[in-house]
Design a binder for this molecule. Structure first.
Ligand SMILES: *Cc1c(COP(=O)(O)O)cnc(C)c1O
Length: 387
């Protein structure tokens, strides 16, 4: 049985006629830059995310970049970011000539560990970028309390967490000053290429973001600030307008798939519970811990990725590939060990939790269209390797 990591064609098949109609409508309208589809998407997503303003942009990376531009990040300002995330989180800070300051992860959620914030603060600290990794919220109360105490801005990287709720029920992206989202095809809400979104409840920031999105011109051709071309394509907005009404059912299915993994891993003797921290037995798999499940929320975790921890990760991966099961490593090298950041002066051992995340975790297929049989087969294959 083949189990791909992701099967975008399977999803397309379920909504083909609506998507095809939208694409043809766009071709006929030739209304390709901003306009009604983008406005509709922004209205619907603001509502979905409980945000006052939602602004469509060209990618998740550009969402982070424009957010940092909007808070007026200056060269040599410092931004605290997790060392364990997708590269974009760090890249945008350096691209604005500011300095990324890395922080270690919490061993249960893999999100930034707020207990480590205090030791990183300097006169130059300007912002924190918590990432809601794999679709689960970072510990926002502690992050916001710390940010307020030190007058910092909080830019949430919600690229993997559209709709995710924090323990008090709030949707992520709506807790800090600006929320950033991605519509890259592998995200829970993916477009047909690149796209992204910024959200904010602050009217002034929203106005700045909208101006920065069109080169900083307002009115057109008159520039008080320097922005860029950060527009989402109207064609992508049209695709997303078709997909958005399905997002809740897709997310629900991802949660059910995660539940099935837990059930099979426990039934087959590979795990005892969700979210263990230590291997008491090397024949065990450590399952993800949905920490906010106990708050009885609908979107406690949206499972953009389902990531387990195993010993002999690289050999397991090879075995899974031989058995036609797709897996991926998110992410094999934390930022502080990346060559491009060598002159920041970090070394191996500086962030031990992030380093074992990078060394021992592997993502299994979790997309909504997976069948129960494929999930059971995936667990059986892990078992065949371990036992
Ligand atoms: C996907 C992702 C991004 C970047 O989004 P793109 O749309 O691919 O530019 C940023 N941060 C995280 C955590 C992501 O997963």
């Amino acid at each position: 049985m083949k189990v791909p990591l992701l099967d975008l064609k399977a999803q397309y098949k379920t909504i083909k006629s609506d998507i095809d109609a939208a694409l043809i409508r766009m071709a006929e309208s030739q209304n390709l830059i901003l306009g009604p589809e983008v406005e509709l998407l922004e209205k619907n997503l603001a509502q979905y995310l409980d945000a006052k303003h939602a602004i469509g942009v060209s990618s998740g990376t550009d969402a982070l970049l424009i957010a940092l531009m909007a808070i007026d990040l200056k060269p040599d300002d410092e931004v605290i970011i997790p060392t364990y995330s997708f590269f974009a989180t760090a890249g945008v800070v350096s691209r604005l000539n500011a300095k990324p300051v890395f922080i270690d992860s919490d061993p249960l959620t893999f999100n930034l560990d707020p207990e480590k914030l205090e030791s990183l603060i300097t006169k130059r600290t300007k912002a924190i970028v918590p990432v809601h990794l794999y679709g689960q919220s970072a510990e926002m109360d502690k992050i916001m309390e710390f940010a307020e105490k030190h007058g910092l801005k909080v830019i949430e990287d919600g690229a993997q967490a559209i709709g995710t709720q924090y323990k008090d029920g709030r949707k992520v992206g709506n807790i800090g000053h600006i929320g950033c989202f991605s519509f890259y095809p592998s995200k829970n809400l993916g477009c047909f290429g690149d796209g992204g979104l910024v959200t904010t409840n602050d009217d002034d920031l929203a106005a700045r973001l909208r101006i920065l999105r069109v080169h900083g011109g307002k009115p057109k051709y008159y520039h008080k600030v320097i922005g860029g071309n950060f527009r989402i394509d109207a064609l992508q907005a049209a695709v997303l307008n078709v997909k958005l009404p399905h997002l809740d059912s897709w997310t629900k299915r991802r949660q059910e798939n995660a539940g099935l993994y837990t059930k099979f891993f426990i039934e087959k003797g590979l795990a005892e519970t969700e979210g263990m921290l230590k291997y008491d037995d090397k024949n065990k798999v450590l399952l993800p811990e949905p920490v906010y499940k106990k708050y009885d929320l609908k979107y406690y975790h949206i499972y953009n990725q389902y990531v387990i921890r195993v010993q002999n990760r690289d050999e397991l991966r090879k075995f899974m590939t031989e058995n036609e099961i797709g897996t991926e490593i998110y992410y094999p090298v934390p930022f502080h060990l990346q060559e491009c950041f060598a002159d920041l002066g970090y070394k191996k051992g500086d962030f031990p939790v992030s380093e074992w995340c990078a060394a021992e975790t592997v993502a299994l297929p979790i997309y909504p269209e997976l069948t129960n049989e494929q999930i059971e087969f995936t667990v059986d294959t892990v078992k065949k390797f371990i036992k």
